[in-house]
Design a protein. Sequence first.
Length: 524
Amino acid sequence: MENASLKKSLSIATIIMMSSVLLSRVMGLVREQVLAGFGGTSFEMDAYVTAFLIPELLNHFLAGGFLSITFIPIFQRYLIKGDNENAWRSFSNLLTIGSILFVILIPVTIIATPQILGLLGSHISDPAHKALAVHLTRIILPAQIFFYWGAFFSAVQMANNRFFLPALAPLCYNLGIILGGVILGPLIGIEGFAWGVLIGAFAGNILVQLPGAIKAGMKFSIRIDFKDHDLIEYVVKTIPLVLGLGMTFSNEIFFRFFGSFLPEGSTSSVNYALRTTMMVVAVFGQASGVAFFPFLSRLAVEKQFEKMAELLNSVLMKIAIYLIPLSCLMMVLSKQIIAILFEHGRFDAHATTETAAVFSIYMIGTFAFSASIIVARTFYAMQNTLLPMIVSTITSVLSIPLYIYFSRLLGGKGIALAATIGITVQFLVLYLIWCYKHNLWRSALDITTKLLKVAVVSCLAACVAFLLKAEIIRLHFHFGKITYSLFICISAAIPSILATAVLYELTGLQKFRMFIKGLLRNNK
């Protein structure tokens, strides 16, 4: 009964977060479409993409992205004991000290922006390109303190199993960027999108999250205690995450850095391909990881390690069942997908071809990207941030030669290939260590066998889509460009999806009939 209740709660949380992430990524996709139509793969777009480099580094090194991982277990420990007073004391101290650091470092970074960007590739030394990148960076930088505050407000809600308002933060953020571009773009150009970043960050992280945190019982008072044991624990657990180079984070930095050495437009092409890829990864990996972590953290506090292992394998398998065949299908239809999403305005057929080639390579690594997020959170739930840091840092550092070699050999496609290899290695190493530490080799063998079956089924179904696509192209239907791409996608995807479902039934990987019957019973 307890196990069923846990799974039901996890399922509800996962559905909420997956819905949020899906809507957010759809909004993000609309954002990229507006950007593509406005800037294509021009130097203005390269400058806009580059402008996020310093803000993301600042957010990373001040741990803005790790609050849900490091703060929730500390906070939950007090909640489980019913010690609300110390829970809010810890909250207030961490929020106050972190805010002071942001208030000091944001102005310093704004002043040093030209010198930092001067370290990038040759074409950004062009005065107009560099000046624009510096200007946009300075607009975006203050948004980082809003992300920091919002992360605390969201963590408080998720620690109390409240997921709805935290799920709205990325939606508001993307909406802010879109409105900034649509309303301000015609007046001030690409700068309008940068102001949209600032507006969206404030709306999603402060205007929406603060009321939710207050409703969850938030009690804040300015508190500065550097000797507080929770602060010390937080810093000790966070330092490995900050100093470590996770493959997801390093990919964001590496593609901007190595892309700055490639011809004009390469950084933009990789960015469009990566954003589209991460939309898929976020729906399956990020959403599952966010919903998965509070439950995992509670099991870790209660030392229920067998349930942790069961949940981990269950989540990984559910992701694989849907994500691997979808990724294979999207690889086959990569050119048509990119054309549908972006080919308008200044984003022409050449940009579509270049971006689709990068996108198809990124698709190979979608499961590894998603699974790596899930496995790392298993270690974080046990307050072990050091081991994932060591693994991810070594993997990231070892991937640098791959970025150098493949980017020179293949351009933007090489950057995608290096990232895919790196994240795959990181996932495999982390999962094998987890199995070794808890003697889970039998379950590891079982899930490996199932994953191989999923891969074979996915490849066979993708072959169906490939043959249908080739036949449709051979017949030369006369449609408009976007309509033709949409026709190819629908005509090739539906039979491929049906083939996947049939093969899953035959192999016993997924009984869709039983799944549908279960849904119907639950709705009665």
